[in-house]
Design a protein. Structure first.
Length: 222
């Protein structure tokens, strides 16, 4: 693995503390964490990173609206996600002790240029705005990267702030000949090689390659 970033390597579910991977998966209504104000570590210790389930969809979407606002659906990354399912086994949530969704990250299958090599696009990553800076985003990132590596993926790309993502090993060093399918800021297109050399010579516009969402069945007219 090329320049394995700190914290990468464990394939096991990432527990941030008290509740294990088998934490409640019951209904996940959005809850306010605003009344939690202990030190960072204490907050983080009450969350666990787990695989997302279908029941998490409404809470995840509500969280993304709160964290990123309505413009989130206009991002060029969204073009690579729309109508697709996340890469197999690569959608995660951070859950509080009650089972509520406090953070989300998903990864998507893409190809680098027409007929190009396979890679993952990470995003969105978001944490409930009332519990930012408690380590939940970092835990989600480390778990997602470790699982992507364990599943044999070669590289992860994302569009985001380098000052945040470089701590996980991402940089714009290998993305100069790659492009998003829509407006984006070039310096924010970042990548992490999970296999050394995976991005050498990669060029072209990213294209969606994920499993398609099944068309929703309409009820038959009576
Ligand atoms: C970005 C985000 C996921 C980080 O999650 P988090 O749980 O708050 O972050 P962590 O606790 O893991 O890390 C906190 C550290 O990251 C830093 N950080 C957070 N966002 C940052 C950013 N955009 N640029 C640089 N540093 C950032 C904090 O200053 C803090 O630094 P410190 O450890 O030196 O004090 C979260 O703030 C969020 O959901 N933001 C809104 C949605 C968003 O912007 N998503 C990313 C799209 S690029």
């Amino acid at each position: 693995m090329a320049g394995r970033p700190e914290g990468v390597g464990s394939a096991a579910a990432t527990s941030l503390g008290l509740c294990g991977a088998g934490a409640s998966r019951a209904a996940t209504p959005s809850v306010a964490f605003g009344d939690i104000s202990p030190a960072r570590g204490e907050i983080a210790s009450t969350f666990v990173i787990a695989a997302e389930t279908a029941a998490d969809d409404p809470a995840r979407e509500a969280l993304l609206d709160r964290a990123m606002g309505p413009k989130r659906r206009k991002k060029s990354s969204e073009k690579l996600r729309r109508g697709r399912r996340p890469s197999e086994g690569l959608a995660f949530v951070a859950r509080g002790a009650s089972g509520a969704v406090a953070g989300t990250v998903r990864l998507w299958d893409v190809v680098l240029g027409e007929g190009g090599r396979a890679a993952l696009l990470l995003g969105p990553l978001a944490v409930d705005p009332t519990i930012k800076n408690a380590g939940i985003g970092s835990a989600l990132m480390r778990h997602a990267i470790a699982e992507a590596a364990r599943l044999g993926h070669a590289a992860i790309l994302l569009v985001g702030d380098a000052p945040y993502y470089e701590r996980f090993g991402f940089s714009a060093e290998k993305t100069g000949s790659l492009a998003m399918p829509g407006p984006y800021e070039r310096h924010r297109l970042l990548a992490l090689e999970l296999v050394e050399g995976a991005l050498a010579g990669a060029q072209g516009t990213l294209k969606a390659a994920g499993r398609k969402l099944k068309a929703q069945r309409l009820p038959l007219a009576a």
